[in-house]
Design a protein around this ligand. Structure first.
Ligand code: ARG
Length: 440
């Protein structure tokens, strides 16, 4: 009996060629897995049909949207996850979930191999392979695109045509795009010139801010233990909250990112993203945390958030460190319950209100009016002790400078060292060294 390979399948040219290539080069039966993560697609039934036409034994179509929202995006939001403080990890978040389904399929079909269609230059190969290796280290991974010598798109199209694979008739997009519920990543083409402004046609989820409505849109987002649960008072599943916010924020021109990013494989790349809902939710979530988290927890969490984003960006979703960071973050979220009001207007998203039963904001302590309860007299002693170590340091520095100044008037001198070397040294330095030596 033939060995089986499970392939992460998108329906595009690359992964269609992968099916035939695996059959020819490895002599395996191929089972394709196509996931719905909320990306823009022309129907996954058509994708399945294409996989079968390209030679797959079967194609599983899996609706991963709800799990993606509830088990992946909710954690990313709790972590306010932004790689390099900018990128909300769109693609990085989807790979571990897809990998989970690939490994499940491998177990179901008794497959020896798992294959993916990523290039050898990006982060996604790392994420798929690291996830698969952590979920089942006995599985073997094949990366056709890294192995084959179909260097150009023309070569790939010719190979496809010669092997009976449907070749796209429309002009190929010059961009490499990956999208899901959390947003869209656009790279390649003219974007490889970091000086070139992104052409407006790369964007499909957001309008140009200049063309956005002249009146702002207000939205109220309710959170329970860090998870968004309602929009404008209407309870909704997270999946729908994200979908709705993508629409509202996108229509107000909010959510575009243009950045240079450091890939794990060591390359800097120019990336454009559209992440309307992701950025609105992270802004709102942070605003609620500002109100509900005790200062030290809030500050400590900032470092945890960076580590979390790096782990996930680097393909280590299933790592023990990521798991431990999740435990810390989950603990902090218990009191992140309340409502945040945001204003979307011509490419901006501003938090304009927040309220919570767990609020640590104390009007009596904060106010400057007559109801002030803050103990102003206590501030004096607090400042004395708070500044004490640095005050001692400052006194010492002043004394040292005064001693140095006594010698600055002295001329340079030739200093003869024990090993015969000589050097021109400021007499002041010599005197100071001598003085220090005597003190020791
Ligand atoms: N640079 C982003 C990341 O590493 C996006 C990758 C998008 N993938 C793609 N095939 N266009 O997460």
């Amino acid at each position: 009996m033939k060995e089986k390979a499970i392939l992460a399948y998108s329906g595009g040219l690359d992964t269609s060629v992968c099916i035939k290539w695996l059959i020819e080069e490895y002599g395996v039966d191929v089972i394709a897995v196509a996931g719905d993560l909320g990306q823009d697609h022309d129907g996954l039934e058509a994708v399945k049909e294409k996989a079968i036409k390209s030679g797959a034994l079967d194609c599983l179509v899996v609706d991963m949207r709800q799990t993606f929202a509830e088990e992946y995006l909710s954690c990313a939001l709790a972590a306010n996850a932004m790689y390099e403080n900018k990128y909300p990890l769109v693609s990085a978040l989807s790979r571990p979930l897809i990998s989970k389904h690939l490994v499940d399929a491998a177990h179901r079909f008794g497959a020896r191999y798992i294959a993916h269609g990523c290039t050898g230059k990006g982060n996604d190969q790392v994420r798929f392979e690291a996830s698969i290796l952590m979920l089942d280290p006995s599985l073997e991974i094949i990366s056709p695109v890294r192995e084959w010598d179909l260097g150009s798109r023309e070569a790939e199209m010719a190979w496809a045509a010669a092997h009976g694979i449907e070749v796209p008739t429309t002009q190929a997009s010059p961009y490499s795009i990956d999208d899901n519920l959390w947003g869209r990543a656009i790279e390649c083409g003219v974007l490889e010139d970091p000086w070139a402004e992104p052409p407006s046609d790369i964007y499909t989820m957001t309008v140009d801010p200049a063309c956005a409505p002249d009146a702002p849109t207000y939205v109220e987002i309710a959170f329970e233990s860090g998870v968004p649960v309602a929009l404008d008072g209407t309870p909704l599943p997270l999946l729908d909250i994200i979908g709705t916010l993508n629409g509202i924020a996108g229509a107000n021109g909010y959510g575009r990112i243009d950045m240079i990013e450091n890939r794990l494989v060591g390359v800097k790349s120019r990336e454009c993203y559209e992440v309307p809902a992701a950025l609105v939710l992270i802004n709102a979530h942070k605003a609620l945390e500002d109100m509900c988290l005790e200062r030290s927890v809030l500050h400590y969490k900032l470092g945890i958030e960076q580590s979390w984003a790096e782990q996930v960006y680097n393909g280590l979703w299933f790592s023990p460190l990521k798991e431990a960071l999740d435990a810390f973050i989950a603990d902090t979220q218990q009191c992140v319950t309340g409502t945040v009001r945001v204003k979307l207007y011509k490419g901006s998203c501003t938090v304009v209100g927040r309220k919570s039963a767990y609020s640590l904001y104390d009007h009596g302590l904060a106010t400057y009016d007559a109801s002030d309860q803050f103990d102003h007299a206590a501030a004096k002693g607090f400042i004395d002790l708070h500044a004490l170590p640095c005050k001692v340091w400052a006194q010492n520095r002043i004394a040292m400078n005064a001693r140095m100044d006594q010698f600055t008037a002295v001329d340079e001198t030739v200093c003869q060292f024990a090993d015969g070397e000589s050097d021109v040294v400021r007499a002041a330095e010599v005197a100071m060294y001598q003085e220090q030596a005597m003190e020791v």
